[in-house]
Write a protein that binds this ligand. Structure first.
Ligand code: ARG
Ligand code: ZN
Length: 415
């Protein structure tokens, strides 16, 4: 009797982590307005997890729509798609195996590694270690706390100097489930400290400029993807009057806030929040950038997936004043990236290249006066999507370094 109760308790404790047995990821190709309506209706009647675009509100004709379908809805989704004549294919046939298969690097699950997906506590400890072992190049600061009270760690990379230097700001992990993004920020810091002094571009960059690196923006969400739900995207704040939690931090900035491609429904994956900067994490980042507005010359924000290099605007189809320069630099950066392993990127302004979506950090930074404002959507194009295996961390980070260094060199040349 006692034993049964004990096992009963263990079962309850373990069941906290969402499992995905039998789930699949579909790619839909709507070619008629009726297909778009069907997909939106489907999303209203059952709980679908949109991978791309970020929510049903952003579905349009002639784009690929990647959705994660829980096992219990498979039959009805199949029947609905067949009857409605929506072209579809299966991207991930066995979702739980793809989740389990991410950790294919062979790295120890309990030690920090640049080629595995580290937990927040590993990243936090890493930030301490790497900054204390490289005091002449690295310093650590806390820019505020998250909703759940975690310290938002920011690393400043650059040769120390008596006078303030122009800077580049890079953040990773705005969206919790995009695990390749924080991996890139860690990779960048390590590359900087290990190649300073030998790589001439890196040496000159860090002599002339500082690079602020925020390894994880949405720490609470990132922790939640490790402990509870691998597919969580938003922050973890409570919403008054709703049992749904979280705001999309990349809809929460004061740039055409909540006018287009964002939702005022707290249950939506693209919920814009109760006000611009309602999320403490967005507010902390915005405050830091505002306070250092005179030195910050570039803003890079790292997401996944889709292999895109985007720049303003996303809140309007209107072109940015610096459109042609931003495009030229994006194309140069993409070409540099492709040169390593042939990975193909598409570049362009957000609204026209993917979809209009207001409240993004890139548009906000640009309108504040940070001219070189770019959003990266790293690998892949949907084969693994958010579940990119650890064996792809190294090639992804290596190629992305080339694009980031290309942009940085352009910024440095134009100081
Ligand atoms: N997938 C990203 C997002 O929806 C793209 C961001 C592009 N920039 C923007 N301001 N919408 O958050
Ligand atoms: Zn994202």
């Amino acid at each position: 009797m006692k034993l049964l109760l004990f096992f009963g308790f263990v079962a309850v404790a373990v069941a906290e982590v969402t499992r995905f047995e039998g789930d699949k990821v579909f790619r839909l190709k709507p070619t008629l307005d009726a297909h778009v309506t069907l997909i939106k209706d489907l999303a209203k009647s059952i709980e679908l997890d949109f991978w791309s675009p970020d929510s049903e509100d952003l579905v349009t004709i002639d784009i690929s729509v990647d959705i994660h379908v829980p096992a219990r809805y498979l039959d009805m989704v199949y029947i609905t798609l067949e009857q409605g004549g929506v072209a579809h294919e299966i991207l991930i046939d066995d979702f739980q195996s793809a989740v389990d298969g991410q950790a294919d690097s062979g790295a120890s699950p309990r030690a920090h590694s640049y080629t595995k997906y580290n937990t927040w506590s590993e990243i936090e400890a890493w930030a301490d270690t790497i900054s204390s072992s490289n005091p002449s190049l690295l310093s650590k600061q806390i820019i505020g706390n998250t909703y759940e009270g975690r310290s938002m760690v920011l690393l400043k990379v650059g040769k120390s100097s008596a006078s303030p230097k122009p800077a580049i700001f890079i953040d990773c992990g705005i969206h919790a489930r995009e695990w390749i993004s924080p991996a890139f920020c860690q990779w960048f810091v390590n590359e900087a400290v290990t190649t300073y002094g030998s790589d001439s571009a890196m040496t000159s960059l860090l002599n002339d400029m500082d690079v602020y690196v925020l390894p994880v923006f949405n720490i609470d969400g990132y922790v939640f993807t490790h402990t509870n739900d691998r597919m969580w995207r938003k922050t973890r704040s409570r919403n008054s009057g709703s049992s749904c939690m979280g705001t999309d931090p990349n809809r929460n900035f004061d740039a055409g806030w909540c006018t287009i491609g964002a939702s005022s429904n707290p249950c939506s994956e693209t919920f814009c929040g109760s006000t611009p900067e309602s999320e403490i994490e967005s507010k902390n980042v915005a405050n830091f950038i505002r306070n250092n507005k005179s030195t910050i010359k570039a803003y890079l924000t790292i997401h996944s997936y889709s292999q895109l290099l985007l720049f303003p605007y996303s809140y309007t189809y209107g072109l940015a004043a610096d459109h042609s320069e931003l495009l030229k630099v994006a194309e140069g950066a993409s070409a540099a990236l492709t040169s390593l392993y042939g990975t193909r990127y598409t570049s362009g302004p957000g609204a026209a290249t993917i979809y209009p979506a207001a409240g993004g950090s890139d548009d906000w930074a640009y309108d504040l006066g940070v001219k070189y404002s770019y959003t990266f959507e790293l690998r892949d194009t949907g084969y693994y999507g958010f579940l990119l295996p650890e064996s792809q961390i190294k090639p992804t980070c290596e190629e992305t370094m080339l694009a980031v260094k290309y942009i940085a060199a352009h910024v440095q040349k134009n100081l």
